[in-house]
Design a protein around this ligand. Structure first.
Ligand SMILES: Cc1ncc(COP(=O)(O)O)c(C=O)c1O
Length: 445
């Protein structure tokens, strides 16, 4: 067994943790092997297991700014940034101070708080379509609540989703998409009964489906960020708006990634199309667990206790998560997003140059502040079938070469690259230098 604390051998500089993470006491592999004994696959979210790129994950001891350190003391420039939850960089002083102060006042009460009110005010002031928001603990909870709310509001059952979009581990949204053909009722994972997805229709991204009056809602990632980064084609989002209006269906934008990442008002402000409901997560919790559903007062008041659609949560509106979220939103103004957008462009350009000079086919599509990576010589993707053209084996080679160079990317070819406040020009230059060497290794492997 790995001993739990030895300050003399600790790999975490200046560690004063009351619960030791054991850094420096064992290797990544030893820690991970021990985790696999008590946690299925050794991870609490499947992608972290490196299944699609092969190998064993690094085990994080701590993080700061653009960097993470593993338990062996290895330093990585981190492009994962908690899959977009961390936009200000790890352990940002404003977040740490807000969390510390909130925790000192108690970690959860089971009663309303001024902080949740302030975060709701901050969000409704910034996001055009949201007059009210309800908090919960994850993006998954947000999408499942939004679907229940849309069904309760319309009195209809059918849900339309897009092939290649991801809305978390919500049963009704875990339907398998047919290749380009609308599919009804095929579960995308074991454990989801056919009945749970019998009313779920999967259609191709970037094509406006024809709806009828059995449809409760259409849920869409307004910028698809779970199949690489795929922009909505001109007219797609407005077409969805018009089609939902025509049949009286609720339009839900899943802005768990794009909300407060693409800009102050999210994707809806960028494209000028207003959904009925929006789901949030990630950035609004400053890196702590949170989710939210927002929308018009009319639809939101269909939620209990005012309306018939039940929602509850022991930790919903949690004081620490809302404190961290408020601290983050207070720092995220239009200037910051314009800086982030410039950084995303610059990142894409230097990475493309690095790969091209190394003879490694890759492109880095950008939508606002979001960047993706496509391996192979392909044109821009508009839907999941296009996105699937990416060379997953080449991505895995590049990923491992980058990791060996000290750059942590997401262990999956379809994940977005999260360039944030902590990725200064200097850090981006370092990434590009390492990318050049990694691309040579990946091209010749
Ligand atoms: C667009 C989108 N919606 C929902 C979710 C689920 O959020 P969570 O992981 O917080 O449950 C994710 C997670 O990555 C996501 O990308």
């Amino acid at each position: 067994m790995i001993p739990l604390c030895d300050p003399d051998r600790c790999a975490v500089a200046g560690c004063s943790a009351t619960v030791c993470v054991g850094a420096g006491l064992a290797s990544n592999d030893e820690f991970f092997a021990r985790s696999t004994m008590v946690i299925p696959g050794g991870v609490n979210s499947s992608i972290r297991a490196f299944t699609s790129v092969g190998g064993r994950p690094y085990v994080v001891a701590r993080a700061e700014g653009a960097h993470v350190w593993d338990v062996e003391g290895n330093e990585y420039i981190d492009l994962v940034q908690s899959y977009g939850a961390v936009i200000l960089g790890h352990a940002h002083p404003a977040i740490t101070a807000a969390v510390t102060q909130a925790a000192a006042g108690g970690t959860s009460y089971g009663a309303p708080t001024p902080r949740e009110m302030k975060l709701a005010e901050a969000m409704t002031e910034r996001v055009g379509s949201c007059e009210q928001v309800r908090f919960m603990n994850s993006g998954t909870e947000a999408t499942s609540t939004a679907v229940r709310l849309a069904r309760g509001f319309t009195g209809r059952d059918r849900v339309v989703i897009f092939h290649g979009n991801f809305h978390g581990a919500t049963d009704a949204l875990l339907a398998a998409g047919g290749s380009g053909v609308a599919t009804l009722g095929l579960p995308g994972t074991a454990g989801v009964p056919a009945g749970a997805v019998a009313e779920t229709m999967v259609v191709p991204y970037n094509e406006v489906p024809q709806l009828d009056d059995t449809v409760a809602c259409v849920i869409v990632e307004p910028v698809a960020a779970n199949m690489g980064v795929v922009a909505p084609v001109v007219g797609f989002l407005q077409g969805l708006r018009d089609e939902c209006d025509r049949v009286g269906a609720v339009l839900i934008f899943d802005e768990v990634i794009t909300g407060f990442r693409l800009g102050v008002g999210g994707a809806q402000a960028k494209y000028g199309v207003w959904p009925d409901l929006t789901t949030f997560g990630k950035v609004i919790g400053g890196g702590l667990p949170i989710g939210a559903v927002g929308g018009s007062r009319q639809i939101m008041e269909t939620l209990s206790p005012l309306g018939p659609v039940f929602h509850a949560g022991t930790l919903s509106g949690n004081p620490i998560a809302t404190a961290a979220g408020l601290a983050a939103l207070n720092l995220l103004d239009a200037d910051v997003y314009s800086l982030l957008s410039d950084r995303a462009q610059r990142f894409s350009s230097v990475m493309s140059d690095a790969c091209a000079s190394a003879g490694f086919d890759a492109s880095f599509p950008v939508v606002g502040t979001l960047v993706g990576m496509v391996c192979g010589d392909h044109g821009p993707a508009h839907n999941f079938n296009d996105a699937k053209q990416t060379d997953e084996a080449a991505y895995a080679r590049f990923f491992h070469a980058m990791l060996a160079e000290g750059v942590a990317m997401a262990p999956g070819a379809y994940e977005a690259i999260f360039v944030g406040i902590a990725h200064t020009d200097g850090v981006i230059d370092q990434i590009a230098e390492r990318a050049y060497r990694s691309a040579i290794a990946a091209a010749t492997a």
